[in-house]
Design a protein. Sequence first.
Length: 266
Amino acid sequence: MLRAYVWLYLAFLFLPILMITLFAFHATSALSFPFEGFGLRWFREILGNDRFIGALKNSVIVASATSVITCLLGTFAALAFPRLSERPRAALGFLGFAPIVLPGLFLGIALLVLFERLGIFRSLVTVIIGHTLFCLPFFIETVRTRVAYFDAELELAARDLGAGPFTTFRLVTLPILMPTLLAGTILVFALSFDEIVITVFIIGDQSTLPFFILSMMRRTVNPTINAVSVLAMLLTLTMLLVAGGILWMQRRRAIQRRVSDKEIPQ
């Protein structure tokens, strides 16, 4: 029974994705069976749509800017956490989880009111601010798990040898944390690229790819939606697989390093 439940769960989870992918290559506009052949008609049509290209560019701009800003802010925040005393660390850790716990609807409305109060015109800049607020806790927690196992004696050794704080960070801390930082940055890119709930409230008159898909579905169920969804899914999965691969390589190197250390005779 448990095995049947697992297969039923997997079918329920992945069958809609398989159906969207299948009909994205359908040669005709029919969204029902019988299937009448394969083709790239809908991919050619959507790639020739200027609104789609503009929305895709906006999503890449927003996700790239969010990734860079989040990496800069999150790296220093994650490094500062272990250096705090217990109570401030617990308080900041609790507050840092707020954007994750709170619904996206609440964050979107709160940011909308804030920008209106401050007189800030809604644009891609406000979207980048909102996405940074949403993605920053994910990045910090990703890096904190690595910082928790970071050997602080390496920094102390560098300082004893005459290296300054910046030189120690650049030559010792940053190279060790770089795989985790890259993986966290890629994860933030994927999260920002797909974010829609917060974006709806703070985007203004421009459009991102998820917002473009939503606007297409308001009018009618066009077969090009399947092609757009497949392209967005492939890009997101690629970024997540790259991030997962980097983390896997980092863990493998850490395990190999421990094994080699044990094999060295004392």
